[in-house]
Write a protein that binds this ligand. Structure first.
Ligand code: SF4
Length: 88
């Protein structure tokens, strides 16, 4: 979270990275490892417009979402073993 947004500059029209204007992260980005900071605002280190990554579902680069998926995966083998036990 303390990562600084690289190559970021403040312009009249907002913050830019390599000439591309970037927008602050959205609420759903909270906890993602790609969140960077610049001048007290949080930005995505991978996408200029984080809100757009969430328009059609989950952001495919979100690191905090993958963690949730891994936690769910842990539950599945348990269910599978219960199902196997019933079958016996
Ligand atoms: S990678 Fe996705 S979830 Fe993470 S900060 Fe960027 S837009 Fe947000």
């Amino acid at each position: 979270m303390s990562t600084v947004l690289q190559n970021a500059v403040k312009t009249e029209s907002g913050v830019e990275v390599n000439g591309i204007s970037v927008q602050p992260i959205v609420e759903k980005c909270d906890g993602c490892d790609r969140v960077c900071e610049f001048e007290g605002q949080k930005y995505c280190g991978s996408y200029p417009v984080p809100a757009r990554k969430w328009v059609s579902g989950k952001c495919n680069f979100a690191t905090h979402i993958k963690v949730e998926a891994a936690a769910k995966a842990k539950v599945n083998p348990l269910k599978a073993s219960k199902r196997a036990a019933k079958g016996r």
